[in-house]
Each structure stands twice: as C-alpha cells, then as structure tokens.
Ligand binder design. Structure first.
Ligand SMILES: [Zn+2]
Length: 59
C-alpha cells in the first residue's frame, strides 16, 4: 500500500519519498530535517518553504 502525505512544502498530496508534482520537493516521509538538504533536494526544507512562499522554484 502506498502511503500518501501532505507535501511539507506546499501541502499538496504526495506519496511518501516521492517528488511533489506541484513544487518539486522530494519529501523524506517522517524524517524531514529542516536544517540540512536530503536526497535530491538542493535546498533545506526551511529554504524550500521560503522559496515556495515567494513564488520561487524549489530546488
Ligand atoms: Zn509540494
């Protein structure tokens, strides 16, 4: 069974560990770390949220 969560950046529904179709963030399920980039993300979660709020691209 595929588990779905709310994207921690934009809040859209996304599969665990999948890349969000809406903002491009790859979530780390329950193991998000606000301070260091994980997986293919070049931004930290904190930076990604700020970029999303400012209408910038999440990397
Ligand atoms: Zn998203």
């Amino acid at each position: 069974m595929i588990k779905q969560i709310d994207c921690p950046v934009c809040g859209h529904n996304v599969e665990v560990f999948d890349i969000c179709d809406h903002c491009g963030w790859q979530n780390s399920g329950l193991f998000e770390d606000e301070k260091s980039p994980q997986g293919p993300n070049k931004m930290t979660l904190k930076e990604a949220k700020e970029a999303y709020e400012n209408g910038e691209k999440v990397l």
